[in-house]
Design a protein around this ligand. Structure first.
Ligand SMILES: [Zn+2]
Length: 65
């Protein structure tokens, strides 16, 4: 798994696999630098806020019932 994130303002970070699995064998992936982005979830999906310029992105869930 390889994820990186770059805001329009240039703020960037990657994610790494923590090497641990959940009960359903999903792997935990953690942000490399949580001083750069804030991650939250809501009904739409994963919400990412840049801590440099405060811009907010929503990564929409693809699981539409
Ligand atoms: Zn930004």
């Amino acid at each position: 798994m390889n994820i990186s994130m770059t805001c329009e303002c240039g703020n960037t970070t990657g994610f790494f696999s923590a090497g641990e699995e959940t009960e359903d064998r999903a792997e935990w992936v953690e942000i490399e630098d949580d001083d750069r982005f804030k991650l939250t979830t809501d009904a739409r999906g994963l919400k990412v806020q840049c801590k440099f310029c405060s811009r907010i992105y929503v990564i929409a869930s693809t699981d539409h019932p």
